[in-house]
Design a protein around this ligand. Structure first.
Ligand code: GLC
Length: 750
């Protein structure tokens, strides 16, 4: 048994685990105010604070029933109230007419922008730039708060390893380190250093927890996770957001090892409150409390209320099991008013931190910065940095401005689609499409023949016109991918190739002999097996938002250079899923040497374990593109990896550095990545784990040394005894451009 070093034995290593949890800081004056209000509230009002009423995101007129419920103090929060006059009307009723004038908290899904739409979160993750993510969240808060929204149900921090799952589009990808860095950036952007500022809003870490591990990538499906994987992968980004002071957490729809998240004491009490000392409040997902009946975890709504309230779920979103049952459960002694007081305390604490008691109404003094020039410029920058160059045969990109272009494809002029999933307030009319921007840049040198009406169009009626135009062009730009509705909630796909007749059209265009540049606008990686060799270049644009057109035009014409890197592993085919870089080695790891290609097997071969390795005979063991992958318009060379000390003491640190040089002809941005492997552990350890990354921009011929440092705390994991430990032993490190290549070195922790 390796002598494991328990974290608590080495004070110096406690730093990350004691990271300052801003939401935990007790503010005495707020706590005093809460006590005084709580002391006056009736049971009805307390249950009211724990109830969030939903209106459909289309409701324009406030229902009388909702106003009356507010008047009686039976509502603590409302989601999807559309405009600020309605917000202020409801707020006025709450302040002036309800028993104790407790302000309402207005929430909404402001996931990647409010009016100015940024790339979908998976696209923002591809920037590997926390500054971009923070800026986008700050702009979303600025815009949403001008309409009275003071709480967003974002960021979504679900680790996503399965692109069949539609909600991968909303995630920060497959890696806990990258998702943690971006999670902190979202919190800072939405909440700032002081949430009571009128242009800041409370954030919500969702969906707690393990939602992205839904079996088969089918949304809402069951999740079976070992506690080690739960703690060392899925919980990590949530811990980072809570240490950054996020105000709220939302429970997920799924069950975790048979216990639905909304009634799960282990995650809500033991971990969130007990281990992490979270002081914000927990909201359910839409009806997720009463969905525990369908789960077969609760017999009826009263049981659901009993389970959720006793698990520590503070606020019920849209279903009314709390309103209808908590009073009785208290009478029966199955729940206590003291527990209810704690729930209300958590909710009031955030309302105070938002300044709602002082300034409950919409601050109309702030000019509406909706879609300001600066906001649009920032959204364009985010879109440019999100795009990933996956293929560039013969350096066909960037295009020469003299090229005659045939613009084809269902997403070249689709303003609604380019904005992606979870868009309620962004308007199609404000979205600038690739057609509009490319036409402005290229004029008559551009011909547009869509070829297909939408991404699912199976008709070939538009092929002839497109082919004829392509014959007269130098280059074909094909904007393909998915309409926005094909990813997002409840939109999982079992086949993640290009929908409709897009592949057929690409193959028909291939026959013209003109080079094809494929730009994919989609909410997930798309399997390209059937057309990979038919196209000369591929840009993954995700769903880039309002400024999709200007961003892709700058990239295609070379006014900007691609710097995006994949935040998820890109599979060759859906049969490889789940496929992710930070997997375990297994006892028979697949290598090029052991791999047996299906067609190389002689007919009638005698019975054997071909290759004796963990691979697929038909597709091998490598993805189409690895985590962290992305090309540029220049080339970067890595050299001279150095480790500061081959032996590192437990309370010491080690520095690993390398020299990066721009060996190409254009300036470019490289995202230098730092990976570590713990070779032996009390439980098996991933073959690689991202532990750092740095963005550097170099002119041609320029070089720069990039350094990363590690302490033992950065190498901790949960052992079989479920203790977070760092064990002595040998480690490998890589500094490279993605998870499958890089300069290698080693050190030993003693
Ligand atoms: C949805 C989603 C959640 C969202 C909530 C409110 O069902 O799961 O992410 O924030 O309901 O719209």
């Amino acid at each position: 048994m390796r002598i494991a070093l328990l974290k608590l034995l080495v004070p110096i290593l406690l730093i990350p685990s004691l990271a300052y949890n801003q939401s935990a800081d007790p503010n005495p004056s707020i706590e005093k105010s809460i006590d005084s209000i709580l002391g006056k509230m009736s049971l009805t009002e307390k249950i009211g604070q724990a109830s969030q009423r939903g209106t459909s995101s289309r409701v324009k007129i406030l229902p009388e029933e909702l106003k009356q419920a507010v008047r009686e103090g039976r509502v603590g929060s409302v989601l999807n109230v559309l405009d600020r006059n309605n917000v202020d009307e409801l707020q006025r009723i709450a302040i002036k007419e309800s028993p104790h004038g407790i302000p309402i908290l207005f929430g909404r899904d402001v996931i990647h922008g409010y009016k100015t739409i940024f790339p979908i979160p998976l696209g923002q993750a591809a920037t590997w730039n926390p500054g971009i993510v923070e800026r986008g969240a700050a702009i979303a808060a600025e815009e949403a708060s001008t309409n009275g929204i003071r709480w967003t149900f974002a960021p979504m921090l679900d680790i996503s390893r399965d692109p069949r799952w539609g909600r991968i589009a909303e995630s920060a990808g497959e890696d806990p380190y990258l998702a943690s860095v971006l999670g902190r950036a979202y919190v800072k952007g939405f909440q700032g250093d002081d949430m009571s500022a009128p242009n800041k809003i409370a954030a919500c870490a969702k969906h707690f927890v393990g939602y992205g591990a839904a079996e088969g990538g089918r949304d809402y499906n069951s999740v079976m996770l070992s506690e080690n994987t739960l703690r060392d992968t899925y919980l990590k980004p949530f811990k980072a957001a809570i240490d950054a002071g996020i105000a709220t957490v939302m429970t997920s729809f799924n069950d975790i090892n048979g216990v639905p998240a909304s009634g799960n004491k282990f995650i809500l009490k033991t971990i969130l409150r007990g281990e992490w000392n979270f002081k914000g409040f927990v909201v359910s997902d839409w009806n997720s409390i009463t969905e525990m009946i369908a789960h077969g975890y609760c017999a009826d709504a009263k049981e659901a209320a009993f389970r959720a309230a006793n698990a520590g779920l503070d606020m019920e979103m849209t279903s009314t099991s709390y309103e209808n049952n908590l009073r009785e459960l208290i009478k029966e002694g199955r729940f206590t008013e003291a527990q209810l007081n704690d729930m209300v305390r958590n909710i009031l604490r955030i309302k105070f931190k938002l300044g709602l008691f002082k300034s409950p109404y919409v601050d109309r003094s702030r000019d509406e910065k909706l879609l300001s020039k600066q906001h649009l410029a920032d959204a364009k920058e985010a879109a440019v940095e999100s795009m990933v160059l996956l293929k560039n045969k013969n350096d066909i990109l960037p295009l020469s401005k003299n090229n005659k272009i045939d613009l084809i494809g269902p997403l070249a002029n689709a303003p609604h689609e380019q904005m992606g999933t979870w868009i309620f307030d962004g308007k199609d009319a404000d979205a600038i499409t690739p057609l509009t921007s490319l036409q402005a840049a290229l004029g008559k040198k551009l011909v547009f023949t869509p070829g297909l009406a939408n991404s699912r169009d199976r008709r070939d009626t538009g092929f002839k016109e497109a082919i004829a135009a392509a014959m007269k062009a130098d280059v074909i730009l094909f904007f393909g991918g998915e309409e926005s509705i094909l990813s997002g909630e409840a939109h999982s796909r079992a086949d993640i190739s290009l929908p409709g007749a897009q592949e057929q059209l690409i193959k028909a265009l291939k026959k013209t002999g003109r080079p094809i540049v494929l730009i994919i606008l989609a909410g997930r990686p798309i399997t390209l097996g059937n057309i990979l060799d038919d196209v000369d270049a591929i840009v993954m644009g995700w769903h880039p938002g309002t400024m999709a057109g200007p961003a892709i035009t700058d990239l295609l014409l070379g006014n900007a250079s691609p710097s995006g890197r994949l935040p998820v592993t890109w599979p060759k085919a859906v049969g490889q899923i789940p496929i992710y870089y930070n997997h375990f080695n297994t006892g028979r790891p697949a290598t090029a040497k052991t791999f047996v290609q299906l067609d190389s097997i002689p007919v009638g071969a005698w019975q054997s374990s071909l290759g004796n390795a963990s691979h697929y005979l038909d597709l091998g063991f490598e993805p189409q593109y690895p985590f962290g992958y992305g090309l540029q318009y220049t080339s970067f060379d890595y050299s001279n990896i150095m480790v500061s000390n081959a032996v590192v003491s437990m309370n010491g640190s080690v520095e690993v550095s390398a020299t990066i040089s721009n060996s190409g002809k254009r300036a470019g941005t490289e995202i230098v990545q730092f990976y570590v492997q713990d070779l032996v552990g009390d439980v098996v350890r991933p073959v690689r784990e991202l532990k750092g990354f740095k963005r550097i921009t170099l002119e041609p011929g320029q070089k720069q040394e990039v350094k990363f440092s590690l302490t033992a705390a950065d190498l901790s994991f949960h052992n079989q005894a479920m203790k977070e430990v760092t064990e002595p032993g040998k480690f490998k490190v890589w500094i490279g451009k993605n998870a499958s290549e890089g300069l290698e070195a080693a050190f030993e922790l003693k």
